[in-house]
Design a protein around this ligand. Structure first.
Ligand SMILES: *[C@@H]1O[C@H](CO)[C@@H](O)[C@H](O)[C@H]1NC(C)=O
Ligand SMILES: *[C@@H]1O[C@H](CO)[C@@H](O)[C@H](O)[C@H]1NC(C)=O
Ligand SMILES: *[C@@H]1O[C@H](CO)[C@@H](O)[C@H](O)[C@H]1NC(C)=O
Length: 234
């Protein structure tokens, strides 16, 4: 019995006190308008046509992403006050408009339990730095490659991935969802991967791109606009 308790304590201290080790970060950027248009999704307002941060997810080469156990730890909002202006612009909650709740959700779900631990400020600051770095500006890269959300064009993953790889030197990731009206596949997210120092861009493992192939082609923006209404989001 005592032995079992000892092992349990050892396990929980390994998992929770020292945190969960990880291999790399996924910086996930979402195309706001396409977050609101799958069946059953509603947003409080039509999102800006821009890529905004979904989250920075510590991940493993074997399992993605790592999810933190639920805790009741406080999220000291004051730690990101100096970043708030940029966070509101580049990390909005397009669904409910409750931006700071979204930041807290992402921090608790993906970052709070990670080893080696990083500070709340570091986590949000590094995410913003990457989002605002012109080298990785996804909209500019895609527009320069002749792709636009304003023109209907059937795409395959490489149409989006190649120009980004060209611009950054590393393999990005791509994810899609399904438009509730047309039932067609559409661009949802683009992922840039960084080493576990948070700063060195690396190739994303291929499993990061796993949802844009269920139909032969996908689109960036469909003629159908996103639905706007009362959010079903917790
Ligand atoms: C992630 O990978 C590291 C080794 O790189 C390992 O120590 C850790 O247990 C893995 N975490 C999960 C949740 O699989
Ligand atoms: C932007 O990214 C490039 C390439 O990783 C890096 O060399 C540069 O220092 C970054 N710029 C800023 C302002 O962080
Ligand atoms: C990659 O860059 C080269 C050199 O700038 C350019 O010729 C080529 O068309 C680019 N390819 C893509 C897919 O953007």
């Amino acid at each position: 019995m005592a032995q079992h308790i000892f092992i349990l304590c050892l396990l929980s201290s390994l998992l929770f006190v020292n945190g969960i080790p990880f291999d790399f970060f996924q910086l996930v950027q979402q195309w706001g308008p396409n977050i609101c248009s799958p069946a059953g999704s509603k947003c409080y307002a039509q999102p800006q046509p821009m890529f905004t941060i979904h989250g920075l997810w510590p991940s493993n080469f074997s399992t993605v992403p790592i999810l933190c156990p639920r805790t009741k730890k406080l999220f000291p909002q004051g730690k990101v006050t100096s970043l708030e202006q940029h966070l509101n612009k580049y990390w909005p909650d397009v669904i409910s408009g409750k931006n700071s709740n979204f930041w807290e959700h992402e921090w608790r779900k993906h970052a709070d339990c990670i080893d080696p631990p990083f500070t709340i400020f570091w986590y949000f600051d590094i995410s913003l730095r990457h989002r605002m770095n012109k080298t990785y500006d996804l909209l500019t890269i895609l527009n320069d490659a002749g792709l636009s959300h304003q023109t209907h064009k059937d795409l395959i993953s490489q149409n989006v991935l190649d120009p980004i790889k060209n611009a950054t030197g590393m393999e990005p990731g791509i994810r899609c969802n399904i438009n509730g009206i047309t039932k067609k596949l559409q661009l949802k997210e683009i992922v840039l991967c960084f080493g576990n120092d948070g700063t060195t861009l690396i190739d994303c493992p291929s499993f990061v791109s796993n949802t844009c192939t269920s139909q032969p082609k996908f689109v960036w923006l469909l003629p159908q606009q996103s639905s706007v209404g009362v959010p079903d989001y917790p």
